[in-house]
Design a protein around this ligand. Structure first.
Ligand code: ASP
Length: 356
């Protein structure tokens, strides 16, 4: 499996962990890895976060996309992040279904999986779709069978005690809320949001995903997005995360963008593609990201999705990187942060908010 680093490679690369040497290319490219905030939070019992591992690997010679996937694997495997991979909150039937996609800038590879069950690390399957098939997206049972055939371990159940308890509580409280009355179009999420206010679900993980993008010392750009999607979704629901152009888009000559937050809002507007195209037209990462948020806001008209000020009531963030290594996080709502790792080490930075 190309993604499995040998222990020796891992240790060799580890020599540069905390602060890798500053590598600035003649064209002014500075290697950097950015991600959603959980990319500098979860360590799965180890010592490194996602952005730290990805940056260490990509500045030590590992392929740019393989580095990013090794990074997000930490978050996928960590049961404490209930929005990604193992321990991700299940769908309405109590089954964990995961989505992921990835893109390799210079190789022009892309691959994704949607509604895959039984594999803790859907990003690895997305990578194998990209590297080893003629296709870009596999879904459901086909994706699981493909993963098995490619040698990945398939597990009967990816729930943890915590995710199952939250699901049971949700089932006890609701069901009708999930299927909207077409006449009322009420807020089907209310039970879930109330449970998050009561501490059943991390407020960050009602939605929740990791998107991670990076540029290596050679100026090669890649990205990966991986998620368990919306908590307690209708089985089979697929959000933006595995959809190229929505949850992620990469163009090696321009940059990368990826998302977390309300997938439906992003799917409607195909924002990651929009962000990259805005950068192609000359916008900075921040301005390109803000343009996408404005587009989403303009296309959000249903009352159930608006707050008392008539603005989108949901969260939606974009993590944007250009081909020179400049980056930004932008968010529909204030207070969001994104993770960064460059020669100054891993940290969180503030996202620019459309509505403070
Ligand atoms: N965007 C993901 C989805 O809608 C979830 C999230 O990032 O919060 O499936």
């Amino acid at each position: 499996m190309p993604l499995d680093l040998s222990r020796r490679e891992f240790l060799q690369a580890g020599a540069a962990v905390a602060v890798a040497p500053t590598i600035i290319l003649p064209q002014g490219v500075k290697p950097v890895v950015i991600s959603s905030g959980n990319g500098n939070q979860f360590k799965n019992g180890g010592t490194e976060t996602c952005v730290a591992r990805a940056f260490r690997l990509m500045t030590s010679g590992t392929d740019v996309l393989e580095s990013l996937i090794a990074g997000v694997n930490i978050v996928e495997l960590d049961p404490l992040d209930t929005s990604v991979g193992y321990g991700g909150l299940p769908n309405a039937h109590g089954i964990v279904q995961l989505d992921s996609c990835c893109m390799h800038g210079p190789k022009k590879w892309a691959g994704g999986v949607a509604s895959i069950e039984g594999v803790r690390t859907p990003s690895k399957v997305a990578y194998i779709v990209a590297s080893s098939t003629d296709h870009h997206l596999l879904v459901g049972k086909g994706a699981k069978d493909f993963a098995r055939n490619m040698g990945l371990e398939i597990e009967a159940d990816l729930n943890t005690e915590r995710s199952r308890a939250a699901w049971l509580e949700w089932m006890r409280r609701t069901d009708p809320g999930h299927y909207l009355d077409p006449n009322k179009r009420g807020d089907g999420l209310e039970a879930t949001l109330q449970m998050s206010r009561e501490g059943w679900i991390d407020p960050e993980h009602v939605w929740g995903t990791i998107n991670c993008n990076g540029i290596n010392p050679k100026g090669e750009v890649a990205g990966v997005t991986t998620t368990s999607g919306l908590a307690f979704k209708i089985p089979g629901r697929v959000g933006d995360s595995p959809i190229l152009g929505a949850g992620l888009y990469v163009d090696n000559a321009v940059g990368a963008a990826g998302s977390t937050g309300r997938g439906e809002a992003n799917l409607y507007n195909l924002c990651s593609y929009l962000v990259v195209e805005e950068m192609r037209r000359g916008k900075s990462p921040k301005d390109a990201g803000m343009e996408a948020l404005k587009r989403v806001a303009a296309n959000t008209v249903e009352k159930r999705l608006l707050n008392e000020r008539g603005r989108p009531a949901f969260g939606l963030n974009f993590y944007v990187l250009d081909a020179k290594g400049r980056h930004a996080g932008v968010a529909m709502q204030g207070g969001a942060k994104y993770a960064v790792c460059d020669e100054n080490g891993p940290r969180l930075e503030n996202c620019e908010a459309l509505f403070a």
